[in-house]
Design a protein around this ligand. Structure first.
Ligand SMILES: [Zn+2]
Length: 590
């Protein structure tokens, strides 16, 4: 039964002011009822561990989906709080914080009955131990705790400082990369970063610039070889790059040698670390270095571009990387012509063709833009190239080429019919007086699309019918209610369209409208929420007005009574029905 938090905290009274531990009321004020409730559960399940407190500062781990670290400052009001769960990171006082406060006050209540050990007590104990005992203790811990072990390695390497221990530092940076990328809270990245900064700084000061540069290159290679690590390690990467720059400066590398070195890493497979190298190293490269750097890239790009250039997926990746670098350089120079030339060699998907077309268009080359867009259009199905088709439509419209525009919109419409696409076709077709033919084609496509989209019925599900919503929307837009009504019978349709259809039909075909309204009422009430109930009441009003016009008041009352009886368990709905009927009776009896 012993709650693990109890044992730890005998010393609590001396470490926090027990009067300041927030009570239930304050916790609700901080966290809100719901979160407070979750915190109570977490605490009662014994999820709080490693509770420690000192000078009003409290830290603990709370096990949830993961283990979360909570820091509190209970001397402050409102209580200072940090937790690395999503809610905590958003600044909220989360359930983990609540659980920790509850664990604290429980520990406080238990204080008298438990043995008292404080951090001060631990310090005393360490002070009385012999050096040999301490070494034994630390080595023992180092065996279990990787992070602690690496720190010891590093300290040891620093003490041995006279001869540079590459292996130790390499392992340390490796560890730092892992810690920075790990999403759990085992290694806290700011602390790791500090450690990296101070050790690399020390090495530079001791004159190990070449070693630092090499170490960093290796570390970056490691980081970039693990997909997903880059974004998590962004701070570490930035830190490493700045030290790399510093060590290159300290080494006074010849600009041309630096250009070769940067080029080598920049184009190393899997390495993405030296992005923006020309900018970052421009002070060290100078004009000479930059020029060589660019020449190296261009020469390699040309080589790969030639017929025998690309022989493996690695070459392919390298070419893509170099293309990017070439583009960056062209952009830096503001050389659109070169950019277009470069881009036209690495086209792989519809987006590439679109980008190129836009680039040409942007530099005033409309015909070239059209050519590239058309090439892309011929290579990819509409479904993969919607934006490219849109680009073409705009281009044709601009040129007044309505027939081509119409064909292209129709191609888009055929895969994804929509009212706006239909309206756009109508607009284009009206310019060439061809709407009747195109209208038939468009409606045919919309019908076919609805049928084609029918999913095979799952087990236990009713047979799925085609969704006629788009078709109905189009027909309603054309005010062809009769056709819309026919269409809706042949498939499914969104409720708001059913409603619009019923509203429009109420005058000529009240029976049809009433059927739709009543079905919608049942569906709506079954959603069982207050918003749905008030929507259902609106529908009942519509039914009431329509039936009154037809002198069917009694039938209406009968219908509502039965409805109320069926849904008598839904109290809020029944209440709204009663209110409505009270008003209804008043109006008709007065
Ligand atoms: Zn939390």
């Amino acid at each position: 039964m012993a709650n693990p938090t109890r044992k730890v905290l005998g010393w609590l009274g001396r470490c926090v002011d027990v009067m300041k531990i927030p009570d239930r009321k304050s916790l609700i004020a901080l966290a809100g009822e719901r979160v407070f409730g979750r915190g109570v559960e977490y605490h009662s399940w014994g999820r709080v561990r490693a509770l420690a407190a000192r000078d009003g500062k409290v830290s603990a781990l709370v096990d949830g989906n993961r283990s979360y670290r909570v820091f509190l400052r209970i001397d402050d009001w409102p209580v200072g709080h940090e937790c690395n769960c999503p809610q905590g990171e958003g600044g909220g006082f989360c359930k983990h914080c609540v659980a920790v406060c509850l664990a604290l006050s429980e520990a406080e209540r238990d204080e008298e009955s438990s043995e008292a050990v404080s951090l001060a007590g631990v310090r005393d104990f360490l002070g009385r131990s012999t050096k040999a005992e301490l070494i034994e203790l630390m080595l023992d811990e180092a065996m279990r705790n990787e992070r602690f072990r690496e720190r010891l390695f590093l300290r040891a390497a620093r003490i041995n400082g006279k001869s540079f221990d590459h292996e130790t530092y390499r392992r340390f940076l490796q560890f730092a990369a892992q810690a920075a990328a790990s999403t759990d809270n085992a290694g806290s990245p700011p602390a790791v970063l500090k450690e990296v900064e101070s050790s690399l700084g020390n090495l530079l000061e001791a004159g190990y610039a070449e070693e630092v540069a090499t170490l960093i290159e290796e570390a970056l290679l490691l980081i970039f070889s693990r997909p997903g690590q880059q974004s998590a390690s962004q701070d570490l990467i930035t830190c490493l790059l700045s030290f790399h720059h510093r060590s290159c400066r300290q080494l006074r590398i010849e600009p041309e040698a630096l250009a070769r070195r940067l080029f080598k890493w920049q184009t190393h497979p899997g390495m993405n670390g030296f992005a923006e190298a020309p900018k970052r190293y421009s002070d060290l490269l100078g004009k000479k270095g930059l020029k060589l750097y660019q020449q190296l890239i261009e020469a390699e790009w040309d080589r790969l571009r030639s017929d025998e250039g690309i022989n493996s997926s690695e070459d392919q990746a390298r070419f893509a990387r170099l293309t990017e670098l070439m583009e960056d350089a062209a952009k830096r120079r503001g050389d659109t012509e070169a950019l277009i030339e470069i881009k036209s060699h690495g086209l792989t998907d519809a987006g590439d063709y679109l980008e190129l077309a836009r680039l040409c268009k942007g530099s005033g080359e409309s015909d070239l833009a059209l050519q590239w867009a058309l090439r892309g259009k011929n290579l990819f199905p509409v479904s993969e190239a919607e934006d490219l088709f849109e680009f073409l439509v705009a281009e044709y419209e601009e040129r007044g080429d309505w027939r081509e525009a119409l064909e292209t919109i129709f191609a888009l419409f055929s895969v994804k019919p929509s009212l706006s696409g239909y309206q756009r076709m109508a607009e284009c077709a009206s310019r060439i007086g061809d709407w009747e033919i195109w209208r038939e084609r468009a409606l045919g496509a919309a019908r076919q699309n609805a049928t084609a989209a029918v999913r095979p019925p799952r087990l236990n599900s009713k047979e799925t019918k085609p969704n006629q919503s788009t078709l109905v929307k189009i027909l309603l837009w054309e005010n062809d209610e009769e056709a819309a009504w026919q269409a809706v019978q042949q498939g499914e349709c969104d409720d708001d369209l059913w409603l619009e259809l019923a509203d429009r039909r109420a005058k000529e075909r009240p029976e049809d409208a009433l059927l739709v309204y009543r079905r919608l009422v049942t569906q709506t009430v079954n959603r069982k929420n207050n918003y749905a109930y008030s929507r259902a009441i609106e529908l009942l009003h519509k039914i009431g007005r329509l039936m009154k016009k037809q002198k069917r008041k009694d039938e209406f009352i009968d219908y509502v009574e039965r409805l109320r009886h069926t849904h008598r368990g839904q109290r809020n709905f029944a209440k709204l029905v009663d209110q409505m009927m009270a008003r209804y009776y008043r109006r008709f009896t007065s």
